[in-house]
Design a protein around this ligand. Structure first.
Ligand code: ZN
Length: 117
């Protein structure tokens, strides 16, 4: 079993800007909302946003699980006519753990806390 990922975003309320943390498990299926611990503003996530966050969470979990083999393989890419192998481990640590998603009043960047070790 993998521990649930903590997801964080910056509260978009005026003069707030505090980090809001949550896990996908606490979202309600019907009206998934997260409230800011500092100002109480509730951010309602669309079903699409929840689905995309879930997909990124699964991807990160899969990468973590595959860590023991990440050092053994790589992806070959062609750069200036030369073949370069990028180890999977580099791909993992450089992978974006941020997701910009549309929310009720604009766009928010959600960050996943990914440990690289
Ligand atoms: Zn706030």
């Amino acid at each position: 079993m993998t521990k649930e990922q903590t997801i964080e975003f910056t509260c978009p309320a005026e003069k707030c800007g505090e980090p809001v943390r949550f896990t996908l498990g606490v979202l309600e299926a019907k009206k998934p909302g997260v409230s800011c611990p500092a100002c109480g503003k509730v951010q309602v996530l669309s079903p699409e946003a929840v689905e995309k966050l879930g997909l990124l969470e699964e991807l990160i979990a899969a990468l973590k699980k595959a860590r023991p083999i990440l050092g053994d393989g790589g992806v070959g890419v062609e750069v200036d006519g030369r073949k370069v192998v990028i180890p999977y481990f580099i791909l993992l640590t450089r992978m974006t753990s941020e997701l910009g998603l549309k929310v009720e009043d604009g766009r928010l960047t959600f960050r996943f806390a990914v440990e690289t070790r």
